[in-house]
Structure formats: C-alpha cells, structure tokens
Design a protein around this ligand. Structure first.
Ligand code: G6P
Length: 613
C-alpha cells in the first residue's frame, strides 16, 4: 500500500512525471497525495488530503518546476488522514522523503531524535526516516546523501521502500528497498523510481527491480552506485517490461472493475493457453517442477482476501481429482501459529500482486520451519512472492487496477485447475483421455463466461433492488461455497452493504435467525450433485419470508415463484462451474455499487496492494 515515485531528469520538468505516475499508482492508496520538487530555489512541497487530481491542481497553481522530485500516494497506517501526515515528509528545508511500508522501531527512533532536538510535525513513522537521514547527513559535515541514507537505514527495523532528495544535492536521488517493492526505470535523459511498473511505462520500459537491502544512487544518466544488503557494490539486470499501456487505460468503460469483469473471457483464455498449448506438463511451473511434484505428498495454500477464496475453491479440485491432501490457511494467521512443518508438503502462495506482506512473511516462515518446496501463483512478473518461490505460474490477467479483484480471481482458478490436472496426471490418476476432456472444458470456458456477461441487464434489475438493502446473505454448497464467500466479499467491499456467506447446509445452525423480508439471500445453485440439497435449504429461507435470488444453470429444473428470483447461467459447466458462477456475483456487486453511487474502483478504507501487516 502507498505508491511512491521519483525522478531525476536532465531537461524536462519532473512534475509531469510525478503527477502522471502517482495517478497510475493511486490504486495502492488514495487517502492523500503529495510531491516535493527541487525548484530553482528550495525544495517545494505540495500535499493534499484526497485524490491525486486535487494535489495536481494545487501543484499546477503553485507553478512547481524542477528537474528532480519525489511523490507519494498514501494509505494511512500511522496517523490519520491529514495534510501534515501526507508525504513527502521533510526534515527542515534540507531532506525530503517518500516512504511505503512501516518502520517498526519508529517510537524508539523518534525519542532518540527528539532528544537530539528534532521537532516532529506529523504522527507518521516516516518522519523519523527524514530526520534520521538529516542527522546522518549533517553530523559529520561530509554531506554525502547516499552514505547518510545507508547509515539511517541500518537503524530501521521493518519494511520500507524510500525515495530521498536533499536541497543541496540537486542532481541525486537515493532509493532504498527492504520488504516493499521498488524499481528503477531508465529513460534517455531521465531516471525514475516507482513502486510498480505501471507508473513509468508511459516513459520507458527499461526497468531494474531492486532487491531487499539494496540502496541506489541515481542521476539523470542512470544508476551511479548500487549496494546490496551486505554493502557490496552490485549490478542488477535491466529488464524490458511487457506491460501494455492499454491495460492501464479505461477505454470505453466507466470503471476499471467493469473493464476487468468484461476482460475475463480473454484473461481466462490467455491463462488457460499455457495448458492448451503446453499440455498439463509439470514444466509449466518451472524447470524442476516434475521432481518437486514427485517429492510431495500434500499441499498447504497460503493467501489473503480474494486469493484465499481461490485457494478454498482449489482444495476441492486438488483433493477430488489429484487426491492431494490440501490445507488452506489465511496467511496472516499461519505466520503467527506454531505449525507442524512437513518438508514433503508443497507450500503454495496465491497473490494477484505478489507483494502482500502477510503472504510473503507466511512463505518465509514456512521455509524457516523446513518446508522444502514452494510454488507461487501470481499475476505480477518479477514481484516478491515468485522471486521467493521455487516454482511459479503466472496468471495472464493483465494489469488489475480496480481494488476489488475480479479477473485476477478467475485466472487464479484457471491456474489452480491446471495445477490439479497436472498433479493428477503425474500421479497416474488422470488418464490421457480425461486430460483431453479437461482441455476441452478449458477451451469452452471463455465462451461460457461471455454468455454470463451477456446476462448483465437481468443482473442490473436485481442490483437496483439490492441497492436499498443493508444486509445480504450468500449461500453455496461444496465447491460453490467459496464462490458465495467471494460474492459476499465483493458486495461488502464496493457497496458497503453488510454481507455474509454460509455453506447452505449451515443456515439452520444460526444465520436463519437473520432471515426476514428485508434480507435478500443470494444462492449459487448450479445443476450439480448438491442441487437437491440446496433446494431444501432454499425452502427453509422461503418458509421464513426471505427473498431468494438464485443463480442456477440453464439445464436445472428450477422455476421462478413468489419470493424466488432466478437467473440462469449457461448449461452446467461441470468441473469449471465455480469460475462461471463467479461472474454473476461480480456483476451484481458492481451494479449495486453503481446504484448506490459508491466509488467502485477505490472503495473507502481499502487499497489494492497490502504491504503492511
Ligand atoms: C487486498 C485487495 C484484495 C486482495 C487481497 C490479497 O485486500 O484489496 O482484492 O484479494 O489484498 O491481495 P493479493 O495481491 O495477495 O492477491
């Protein structure tokens, strides 16, 4: 969370880049935004509570102009959403800093600095970084910004990505990374830093991903000096980013969430292509994947949020098809528990961003306990989780900007299904003929998803009724229970309607008490072996005056009646039905949010990428 940018340019005003870059990173946090620019005079700073646009207007009005600067868009952790807490933070007129992450020992460091006479103007942990660097920069009189940042970083515990400029050092930007993403991008006469590549892609595709512990000194001509966590001079490879600019633009859509929902046939097809072209081969997951897969006897999946629900869905496939015992755990819980490690248990992490701190720490914890094998399923190339994992499969969803995850989820499911069949084949449980059937199902999937997207007008009619509600229940059974969970999460995230999901059979053990004619009950009821059971559970709701909103399949014998609304998705999609049934709950949330007038892409209090605990 929080996005940082910075640039040293030889000719052009840095403000264009800073504001454009921040607008691209706004999905990472949107409580406040700010920039600091070394002008012909001093460093000048503009900060505003709220969106980047507001800050940009203020920067234009102030006529900010300079060749070097830093910027930040904030998701508040330490200290409220106020202008004094907005970044960049400064130490006097001399040092300006932007920071993503958390300095865990900031209280001790603040006390030390206060005793040295530093006065704090914010409640943030970041301000200690500014003063700490100021102290190192000035105390020996050598005014070496790079050395000062290195010395200050040695004092910090926690996670950070920082960009630093000094008033008397107009051609040097220092960047440091520990636990939070940061890259350097190399232009012709410009050098940039950014939390992710979306901020720089309109300017250059040549990027260098910093590693944990790296500190770099940058000028307009590139990287002048780079040291690793041991203080040794080092070089990092320059990579060409393949991110498309179009994936960052709205095009004809009103919101990124809408665009991303509609991109799913393509995203799913692109992700499935790995298996359609390469077969269900272990090598899709890495060169030595076959050996790894043969060395494991169970799986543990660690993830957060929507990715966790993808994991819950995959458990059904993995145990059913590949007969692989699978545990699924929320990463933030796992990492603080005494677990029994098993070197033959494959640790899978699932993450859209690849940088969720809890998931990352959970993986490190698993490794420290003796887990030998790890696989990351991730949508962002070169992000932290794949880099920390032995094996990787990238989903090909393209950039996902809307905070509420949509195409990342369905493509994670495709990847996990591919993994399941791969393991099943390797273990002799899936014959070639069965694998061919699964291939065909994957081939048909984008079409089925498109068919559901075409149901949008019917879903809009439901959404208009949901908009007036305060609560909703979501029910599903078996492999569709995680889809009910995902539906409830989507609804709360973007509409702020309180929503909960239950396995339909659990209704009578408590939640049924909530059901009355004000409680809409959404049911995921595909035409599978549990349909009759789900119908019985729906009777329990109808008998208590609850109104049912049922998503079922074209071929299920299920009819509308008073208090029972039905929308039919295409014929039952078999084993891939959870993917097809995700689409209507996404659309229901999206259109309910529209009807309620909430900020669909940037729901209150949330951020897309959570790099703090
Ligand atoms: C945040 C996002 C969610 C996402 C979760 C996990 O809470 O708002 O959409 O599901 O983080 O993110 P990851 O990048 O690890 O999948």
């Amino acid at each position: 969370m929080c996005g940082i940018v910075g640039a040293v340019r030889a000719k052009n005003n840095v403000v264009d880049f800073l504001t454009q870059g921040l607008a691209r990173l706004e999905y990472r946090g949107y409580d406040s935004a700010g920039i600091a620019v070394k002008t012909a005079g001093n460093i000048e700073r503009v900060r505003r509570v709220g969106r980047v646009k507001l800050m940009e207007k203020a920067a234009q009005a102030a006529g900010l102009n300079g060749l070097i600067g830093i910027g930040h868009t904030r998701w508040a952790t330490h200290g409220g959403v106020t202008e004094p807490n907005a970044h960049p933070h400064m130490s006097g007129d001399l040092i300006a800093v932007v920071h993503n992450g958390i300095i865990e020992n900031f209280e001790a460091e603040r006390t030390r600095l206060q005793e040295l006479g530093y006065v704090f103007h914010s409640q943030t942990d970041t301000e200690v970084i500014a003063h700490s660097i100021h102290r190192e920069y000035t105390q020996n009189g050598n005014q070496d910004l790079f050395a000062a940042v290195s010395a200050a970083c040695a004092r910090f515990q926690g996670a950070y990505a920082i960009g630093v400029i000094a008033n008397d050092c107009p051609d040097t930007l220092v960047a440091a990374r520990m636990g939070c993403p940061l890259l350097i991008a190399l232009g012709e006469d410009d050098t940039f830093i950014a939390s992710d590549v979306s901020a720089v892609i309109a300017f250059t595709r040549r990027v260098v991903f910093l590693e944990d512990g790296d500190i770099a000194r940058l000028s307009a001509h590139g990287i002048d000096k780079l040291i690793d966590k041991n203080g040794i001079n080092t070089k990092r490879d320059v990579k060409m980013s393949a991110l498309s600019l179009a994936s960052l633009e709205l095009g004809p859509y009103s919101h990124f969430m809408q665009k991303e929902i509609h991109e799913q046939p393509k995203a799913i097809g692109d992700t499935a292509e790995v298996f359609l072209l390469g077969g269900f081969a272990a090598e899709n997951f890495g060169e030595h994947a076959a050996e790894v897969f043969q060395d494991i006897h169970s799986i543990k999946i660690l993830a957060c949020g929507t990715s966790y629900y993808a994991a819950l869905t995959a458990k059904y496939w993995l145990e059913d098809i590949a007969k692989m015992p699978t545990d699924v755990e929320i990463a933030s819980e796992y990492r603080y528990r005494n677990v029994i490690a098993d070197p033959k248990q494959l640790i899978i992490t699932i993450s859209q961003s690849g940088e969720t701190l809890d998931t990352m720490e959970a993986l490190k914890y698993a490794k420290s306990l003796g887990h030998r094998h790890s696989l990351s399923i991730c949508n962002v190339m070169e992000s932290a989780l794949p880099r920390e994992s032995e094996l990787v499969l990238y989903t090909r969803a393209g950039a996902e900007i809307g905070v509420a995850s949509t195409k990342a989820f369905t493509t994670q499911l495709v990847a996990l299904f591919g993994l399941t069949v791969t393991l099943g084949k390797l273990r002799g449980l899936v014959s070639d003929a069965q694998a061919d059937d699964y291939t065909n199902e994957l081939r048909l999937l984008p079409g089925s998803v498109q068919h559901v997207l075409n149901l949008e007008p019917q879903i809009v009619a439901w959404a208009n009724r949901f908009a007036a509600k305060n609560d909703a229940l979501f029910l599903g059974r078996g492999i569709h229970y995680p889809i009910a969970l995902e539906g409830a999460l989507k609804l709360k995230e973007i509409t702020y309607i309180h929503a909960e999901a239950y396995p339909a059979g659990e209704l009578k053990h408590g939640p049924l008490a909530l059901v009355d004619n004000n409680m809409p009950v959404v049911v995921i009821a595909p035409n599978d072996s549990l349909l009759e059971k789900v119908k019985a559970n729906m009777q329990e709701v109808a008998a208590r005056g609850g109104e049912l909103f049922v998503f079922t399949d074209l071929d299920s014998e299920f009819h509308e009646s008073s208090g029972v609304n039905v929308i039919r998705t295409p014929r039952h999609a078999g084993i891939l039905s959870p993917i097809v049934h995700t689409i209507p709950v996404q659309l229901l949330s999206y259109h309910t949010a529209l009807a309620r007038g909430t900020d669909v892409d940037k729901p209150r209090n949330l951020a897309k990428s959570v790099t703090v605990e």
